[in-house]
Design a protein around this ligand. Structure first.
Ligand code: WQD
Length: 339
């Protein structure tokens, strides 16, 4: 069965392609390489011994997209391709709306015209904003996200709900909490292109001396140690959830057209807990300084992931420390990789 994976050379996309190939799906990747590098494709082949088909263009190019659907019998799609830097989205909101929404709409036009079902959308816990109570389950009311990035995720979900209803197509929305970690082979991971926005790649680069100090954005939150709490989920566990969701779409007839799942560990960790866990897991030091809060950040978010366990037969299996150990191995790989 051939699955189209957009953004399939990206961080979560590449780990998901590995799991799809390991489960004997055929994979076609479209990636514009705007937030990744081409060597990731070679590493996917080294890890799996299989060669996914790869097209290097962005989904706004409708003609090229049509040619891919003409050339392959695509029977499902996992859509990762999107700009995702929260801060950048505040500076360039129109670029984010154009890229993230036009890409999705072009894809759905093709799915509709060729009557293809089985669509999985990479969404995010950011659609909840600062939820009123923890843990966050799928019935938690959505709030308008602070960032344009988060709004494109929320709008994407709304577009997909209308698409599913109008065309009777089965859609799955996967709301990730905070993905972290790297592949056990150390050949895939979060490629820090430019200054990392996210916490864990910044911690990694600080421990490696690439960055002088980590800025801890605020220690005056109403939490035990004053720093903000998130639900850090290991990227390979997250990738496996996509295969489970796809298998459910294909094999299980359900009366609901749109299924929504929170993908998290169900456990919250503070920024300082992550820093100290990284130091302990890898026997390294991570110098940091306490700074002002980052605009738009919420205090706390962690998942109730019971629904994914019950309906997908999936749960996160990897501890924070184990995930952080893979990050350090990835950093060492990046340092030794011949350019
Ligand atoms: C985590 C915590 C920061 C960097 C966003 C998106 C989400 C997802 C992941 C896109 C926060 C603190 C961070 C640093 C710090 N998708 N931090 N110093 O903001 O929870 O989620 O990224 O990739 O959709 O909303 O993730 O890793 O940026 O921050 O103190 O240098 O670490 O303030 O409390 P976030 P994050």
């Amino acid at each position: 069965m051939t699955i189209l994976v957009t953004g399939g050379l990206g961080y979560i996309g590449s780990h998901t392609v590995v799991e799809l190939l390991n489960n004997n799906f055929d994979v076609v990747i479209i990636d514009d390489l705007s937030n990744t590098e081409r060597f990731i494709l070679k590493n996917i082949e080294e890890i799996t011994g299989k060669k996914p088909i790869f097209y290097p263009f962005d989904l706004k190019r409708k003609e090229l997209l049509k040619q891919v659907f003409d050339a392959h019998k695509i029977e499902g799609c996992i859509h990762f391709a999107a700009y995702k830097a929260v801060g950048e989205s505040q500076e360039k909101p129109i670029d984010y709306y154009e890229n993230n929404l036009f890409s999705l709409i072009n894809l759905l036009q093709e799915m509709k015209e060729r009557n293809i079902s089985n669509f999985i959308f990479s969404s995010s816990c950011t659609v909840y904003g600062q939820a009123d109570k923890m843990p966050i389950d799928e019935n938690t009311p959505l709030k308008l996200p602070e960032s344009s990035y988060g709004k494109t995720k929320q709008m994407g979900e709304e577009i997909l709900k209308d698409f599913a209803t109008a065309h009777q197509k089965k859609i799955t929305l996967l709301r990730y909490f905070n993905p972290i970690g790297a592949h056990p082979s150390a050949k895939l991971g979060e490629l820090p292109i430019g200054i990392p926005n996210n916490l864990v790649p910044y911690v990694m680069q600080t421990a490696a001396g690439v960055r002088e100090k980590l800025s801890v954005w605020g220690d005056d939150y109403p939490t035990e140690d004053g720093t903000a709490i998130r639900d850090y989920i290991y990227v390979v566990d997250l990738a496996k959830a996509h295969v489970k969701a796809l298998q459910k779409l294909i094999n299980v007839s359900s009366d609901t057209l749109v299924d929504i799942y929170n993908l998290g560990t169900g456990k919250g960790s503070s920024v300082l807990e992550v820093v100290h866990a990284f130091e302990k897991a890898n026997d390294v030091a991570v110098p940091y300084q306490i700074c002002e809060r980052r605009a738009g950040d919420i205090t706390i978010a962690y998942a109730n992931a019971d629904k994914a366990e019950k309906e997908l037969g999936w749960k996160s299996e990897t501890s924070l420390e184990e995930a952080l150990r893979t990050v350090w191995q990835w950093q060492k790989y990046l340092e030794t990789r011949e350019k």
